[in-house]
Design a protein around this ligand. Structure first.
Ligand code: 6PG
Length: 243
């Protein structure tokens, strides 16, 4: 496990640009079949919008890159709550070949079934390069209680060491729908884990995550890669309001 690195940028716009730069660099570093694990929530949405437009759009080798999702709500992809649905609408449907987009199958009978299917998908994909990390970049967010992906404080899923994907029958925060989430071992298998957080609303939880080790957002790190927190000034626990 490597130490966490925190980078503070001016605002949400610079944050999205910096994230896009990091994403392009990770894709370029893998000449075979780059794999990116996306996240839900509001934090990555500016980045997703950037990727759909020049100049970033031209910098992604769309035919080569494969796109996964770190967790999803157990709803149809067309539902506004769907994490992969949001990424599809923002950029994937317009830019990526359909066969390079790997959603969690929320038409499965239960979240557990969906989890098993997605674990098969990931293991098959990884089988082609078993010595390399599963992902080149894993995007993450942090919730108000310190959850990340759908790994909630005090819930069993955060302690899972064997399975790569699990069903979460209930969520303790909004939206209160069942989830399917990658576990620590799967998320940790990445060249880079990149957390995105912006806005003053994130300041308190970032202070807690950076000063304690028991919250999921602190526990989940890249096993042999870089763990980077890209945050804006408003979210930075060291900044007073208006700094
Ligand atoms: C989800 C997310 C979740 C999210 C955080 C932060 O499905 O809800 O994957 O882990 O990243 O809750 O959300 P915001 O970016 O909206 O603050």
């Amino acid at each position: 496990m490597t130490a966490r690195r925190v980078e503070i940028v001016a605002d949400e716009e610079v944050l999205a640009q910096s994230a896009a730069q990091r994403l392009i660099a990770r894709i370029a570093a893998n000449p075979s079949r780059p794999a990116i694990c996306l996240t839900g929530g509001s934090s990555p949405q500016r980045l997703y919008a950037l990727l759909a437009k020049p100049p970033w759009r031209e910098r992604v080798p769309w035919a080569d890159v494969h796109w996964f999702i770190g967790d999803d709500r157990f709803v149809p992809q067309g539902d506004p709550l769907s994490n992969i649905g949001a990424a599809r609408r923002a950029f994937l449907d317009d830019c990526a070949p359909a066969e390079n987009v790997h959603p969690i199958d929320t038409t499965a009978p239960t979240p557990e079934d969906a989890a098993r299917r997605y674990e098969d998908t990931l293991r098959r994909f990884h089988g082609a390069r078993p010595d390399a990390p599963l992902f080149d970049l894993v995007l993450m967010g942090v919730g108000p209680d310190g959850h990340t992906a759908s790994l909630f404080p005090g819930w069993n899923a955060i302690s899972e060491t064997r399975r790569w994907v699990v069903g979460v029958p209930q969520a303790p925060v909004e939206p209160f729908v069942p989830r399917v989430t990658l576990t620590r071992p799967a998320l940790a298998s990445t060249a880079e884990m990149l957390f995105l957080a912006s806005g003053a609303d994130k300041r308190d939880i970032l202070r807690r995550v950076f000063s304690r080790n028991d919250l999921p957002a602190a526990k989940v790190t890249a096993a042999n890669g870089d763990t980077v927190w890209l945050i804006d000034r408003a979210a930075s626990p060291d900044m007073r309001h208006g700094d």
